[in-house]
Ligand binder design. Structure first.
Ligand code: MTE
Ligand code: LUZ
Ligand code: MOS
Length: 768
């Protein structure tokens, strides 16, 4: 089965928010953002904008009828800044015009009187000043302090990992349509329709049921719309509420880059202790998360970092400290991996440094410490169905690793200006929202009298193939063709109180909810045929290929006849299903529990060639062995693995977010921010699925796949580092990601003095 949207995507027929024909008299909104990083608002001058032709309204914090508050976890985020601005681009006013261009011209006429306040962009500096969000947290296992003495080698170091722009193709957008009374319908490109609904209602001071949110599909989310689609929907709703007209708010790419949050950069310090043989005895890490101006999802992201601080390794003594640091940058948010890549990167840096000091290949120390069945994670949960070693060994076998390493060594001996590097990257990712209550989903299934089926769930299609998966699950469960199944849009009127589509758990949660609903309908249908000639009990009734079987024998009953008969017998052909992941909990006081339903394991091998004169590199080959359980659709899963991998490769190499001293984003569009493209992507990617399926939790033994493969990309950093060390043996290169060609070059020739930064900035000012 192909991705359900494949044909309409390729033909350009798929509808996104602003492909829906605009309703009559629609207005367009644009947003005025703060020009400074931090300051007290003295006055907002909107008169000139208001006086312009084509401008219908200019709205500020004072115009918010309900609560001017959209913080999803901690209420520290105003929809429109009232008294203080905390980052460049923070929304201050919404300008509503008769077309998008007038609205933007109106934005250009607004000025702000502001008393500037000191600004911070560095997380460690913010921490020292006490600018933190929530409480710092520490996860611990064993006794780190006592363990150092038993180590043959203890090394320490620091890491920097940069943020990452989501680069969804469809920028943030929303359309708000006033309905009869004070009701509103919102079309939003959001991963979280209920979140949008709740906040629109809060901002307008109305009950939640006054707001209907409709989501057909997203042109990508990648976490960037898990929470940060909400403000734009609220602003469109605010404008619709004031003007009584439909209002669309769609960010342009540069606005989206400038105003929305990204993956969290982290500054982290590590200390690791090992034996001479490379057994890790103790690991200590301190994460300073650059949260940006508001909490957003930062505390949840930090929690996932801490939960993944040991990745797929068993370390008997661990202490992981983490703190969310408030800085004057756009508030960082969910991004595929949700804090886990940062945690895993630091441990890989520590392992690399220990290996280098021991004079041991990095992969030897890695393998020696891989998790085994029933080993404990630092948060107390035990590894079950652990495939750390199985995927590692399968990957090395597939790649012929020893021979590949000899080949790379031989290459490096015989080449001077280019060098090769090779690295392995094991991944272990926990599946479930770490906030336990979010692990719930519901579904609504209707069967119509012709046997066609309609399914609504709380899951959002964002390209990941959710709808294809749900259709596959439903078709299998009902025993009918997928062609009979229609997956409806995601709508808050059909599905209430949904969690965001995220944490890779959308298929697991919503697919199971669909199974619960279908189970009820099937049960009723089986009662319908029971008592018919040759069918004496419903336990032995099954439906296969649209035909009813009894005790393995084909009957006269087709799916269509069955449905017709059920209908005329006045049997309910609709059902609501609800699923909540069983058995999970987390005790924050102890920082222990069983936060995850299960873990996904895998191993990647990455080989690169580095041009040591230019600093540029080519990713030659990637081999992945990925634990997938029983796949629902191998093609979609392969797409997720490849897409995640490439996004992870970009994170560690070319995606470089640069701000100037005024907190303005310099890499603010796709010309200055390089996202991986087809040329960058490795030509040679092989993915092997390790099939198991012993985790019965996923529908039909399926395992989540959305985020884990991103972390394979971390390996490329160490493959490039391997090549760098072949060029300059013994050099201590920095653990700074992304490892852009520029950073490679500057480190290979560290005696080279880079030009003065201020001068550089002046040079680029005109054109950048
Ligand atoms: N794949 C596509 N094509 N587009 C996306 O926006 N988001 C990723 C991943 N794969 C994304 C994607 C992220 S961040 C998550 S959490 C999962 O898909 C969400 O979908 P799932 O829960 O169905 O895996
Ligand atoms: N969102 C969230 C997530 O709220 N909790 C999570 O644990 C999570 N994990 C991954 C991605 N989004
Ligand atoms: Mo994904 S970061 O959970 O939206």
């Amino acid at each position: 089965m192909k991705h359900i949207d494949a044909v309409s995507h390729v033909r350009g027929e798929s509808q996104f928010v602003d492909d829906v024909p605009p309703p009559a008299e629609m207005l367009y909104a644009a947003v005025y953002g703060s020009p400074v990083m931090h300051g007290k608002i003295l006055a907002i001058h909107t008169e000139h904008a208001r006086a312009m032709e084509g401008i219908v309204a200019v709205l500020t914090a004072q115009d918010v009828p309900g609560e001017n508050q959209i913080g999803p976890i901690i209420p520290d985020e105003e929809l429109l800044a009232g008294n203080v601005v905390r980052y460049v681009g923070q929304p201050v006013a919404v300008v509503v015009g008769t077309n998008p261009d007038s609205a933007r011209k109106g934005v250009g006429m607004i000025t702000l009187d502001v008393e500037e306040l000191p600004a911070i962009t560095d997380p460690k500096e913010a921490f020292q000043k006490g600018w933190i969000i929530g409480a710092p947290r520490t996860f611990a296992l064993g006794d780190v302090d006592a363990a150092w003495q038993g180590c043959d080698l203890v090394v320490a170091g620091s890491c920097e990992i940069g943020g990452q722009e989501h680069v969804y193709l469809e920028t943030q957008r929303s359309r708000a349509i006033p309905l009869e009374g004070k009701f509103l319908k919102i079309y939003s490109s959001t991963q979280n329709p209920s979140g949008v609904q709740r906040h629109v209602a809060g901002v307008l001071g109305m009950p939640i049921h006054n707001v209907e949110v409709e989501v057909k599909r997203l042109g990508g989310g990648f976490g960037g719309k898990e929470d940060q689609a909400t403000p734009w929907a609220c602003m469109a709703a605010l404008a619709a509420w004031h003007t009584g007209k439909p209002v669309e708010l769609a960010l342009r790419r540069a606005e989206d880059f400038r105003m929305t949050g990204k993956r969290h950069p982290y500054s982290s310090d590590f200390k690791i202790g090992v034996t001479r043989e490379g057994k890790v005895l103790a690991y200590e890490v301190k994460h300073y998360q650059n949260s940006g101006a508001t909490a957003d999802l930062s505390t949840a992201v930090l929690e996932r970092t801490l939960l993944h601080s040991a990745n797929s390794y068993y370390i008997p003594n661990v202490r992981a400290f983490g703190v969310c640091c408030r800085t004057n940058l756009p508030s960082n948010t969910a991004c595929r991996g949700f804090g886990a890549p940062q945690g895993m990167f630091v441990l890989e840096c520590a392992l690399a440094k220990a290996a280098e000091k021991l004079g041991m290949p990095r992969e030897e120390i890695q393998r020696r410490n891989l998790l085994k069945e029933n080993d404990r994670f630092p948060y107390g949960q035990q590894a079950m169905h652990c495939h750390a070693l199985t995927t590692w060994d399968r990957a090395t076998e597939r790649y012929g690793l020893p021979a590949a390493i000899s080949r790379v060594d031989a290459y490096n001996k015989s080449h001077f200006e280019t060098k090769k590097g090779i690295a392995l990257m094991p991944v272990c990712f926990g599946i479930s929202f770490t906030t336990t209550f979010l692990n719930q989903a519901s579904a609504l299934v209707h069967v119509y009298t012709d046997g066609s089926v309609s399914i609504s769930t709380g899951g959002v299609e964002m390209g990941q193939g959710l709808n294809t998966n749900i259709a596959t699950i439903a078709a299998r469960a009902l025993g009918i063709s997928p062609n009979r199944i229609k997956i409806e849009s995601t709508n808050t009127t059909r599905t209430a109180n949904m969690s965001a589509s995220s944490a890779s758990a959308t298929t697991v949660l919503n697919g199971n909810a669909v199974l619960m609903a279908i189970g009820q309908i099937l049960d009723r249908l089986k009662s319908v045929v029971t008592g018919a000639p040759g069918i004496s009990g419903k336990e032995k009734v099954t439906i296969i290929d649209e035909t009813v079987f009894y005790d393995g024998r084909k009957t006269e009953w087709t799916w269509e006849r069955l449905i017709q008969t059920a209908y005329t017998n006045r049997i309910d052909l609709s059902a609501h299903g609800f699923f909540a992941t069983p058995g999970i909990y987390f005790d924050k006081a102890q920082e222990k529990g069983i936060p995850f339903a299960y873990h996904v394991f895998g191993t990647a091998i990455i080989e690169v060639t580095l041009d040591c004169l230019l600093g540029t590199y080519n990713i030659d080959a990637v081999r992945i062995v990925h634990d997938l359980g029983r796949p629902l659709n191998k093609l979609i899963d392969r797409g997720q693995v490849e897409g995640g991998l490439v996004q992870g490769l970009g994170l560690m190499t070319i995606e470089d977010l640069q701000y100037n001293k005024k907190g303005q984003l310099l890499s603010r569009d796709l010309a200055t921010y390089k996202a991986p493209d087809v040329y960058f992507s490795p030509d040679d990617i092989e993915v092997e699925f390790l099939e198991g399926g012993e985790e019965a939790l996923g529908p039909f033994g399926n395992k989540a796949v959305g985020e884990p493969p991103l972390m394979y990309g971390i390996g490329v950093f160490f493959a490039i580092r391997h090549a760098m060390r072949a060029f300059r043996p013994g050099t201590e290169f920095a653990f700074t990601s992304p490892l852009t060609p520029e950073r490679v070059l500057l480190q290979l020739y560290s005696d080279f003095q880079p030009p003065n930064q201020d001068k550089l900035e002046k040079t680029f000012k005109g054109g950048a």
